[in-house]
Design a protein around this ligand. Sequence first.
Ligand code: DC
Length: 230
Amino acid sequence: MNFIVTIDGPSSSGKSTLAKRLAKKLSILHIDSGSIYRAVTLYALQNNLLLNGKFLMKKLINILSMSSISLKENSNGIFKMHINNLDVENKIRGSKVSKHVSEIAKHKKIRDFVLKIQRDISKNKSIVMDGRDIGSFVFPDADVKFYIDSSIKTRSIRRFNQLKQFEKKLSIDEVKYDLLSRDKIDKNRKNSPLIIPENSLFINNDNRSIDDVLNIMLDHVKSIINKKVS
Ligand code: DC
C-alpha cells in the first residue's frame, strides 16, 4: 500500500531534517517542496528578473513554461533539484535565494506550477513531503500529517549555524529578521498560507532531540498505517 506523510512548519523548524530521516527509516522517498520554490527563485535571479526590488512575474511565468525545473532521483534514491538539466542543489540554499523565495512563493501561478511538479512526482509512490501547505492544500487527504515548530530563538541559531561557514559576514540578528519576515509572508499570503493542517500531529521540538522527535513521528506513522492495513 502506498502512503503519503506530510510535514509542514516554518523555516528552520527542523522539518526537512526530520522528513529526510523519517523517510529513510520508513524506506520511502523524501521530497523537499521548498527546494522547488527555491529553484524558481534562483532561476528568476539568474535571468535578472528582479528590478528595483520587484520581480517581473509575467516574464518569469513565461520563461518557466519554456524551461525544465525538475527533481531528479540519484542512484541513492535522493532527489536533487535541476534547472535545464543542471544540478542546482548547492546554489538554492544561499541567503540571496532565501531572502526572496517567500515573495516568489506568494504568486498563484507559481504555486500552480509547483503544485503540478509536487503531484506528478508523488504519483503511485509512498513519500514524505515537507513544506508549508502540504497537509492543508497539496495533499489534504494524506495518510499522516505533522506540523513541526520551534521558537524563533532556536530557529535563528540553527539557521545561523547552517549559513555561517559560507557567509562570514552574516549576523544572527540578520538571520532572525529574515526568518520573521518570511514567516509573515508565508502565514499571511492569500494562496495556501502556512497553517496547522487539520488532523496533524503538532510537535514543538525546542527541548527535544532529533531522535526523540523522530521516534514520536515513527510511532505515529506506524499506528496509523497499521490500522489502515489491518
Ligand atoms: O522550506 P524552505 O525554507 O526551503 O522553503 C523556502 C520557501 O518556499 C518558504 O519560505 C516558502 C516557500 N514554500 C512554500 O510556500 N510552500 C511550500 N510547500 C514550501 C516552501
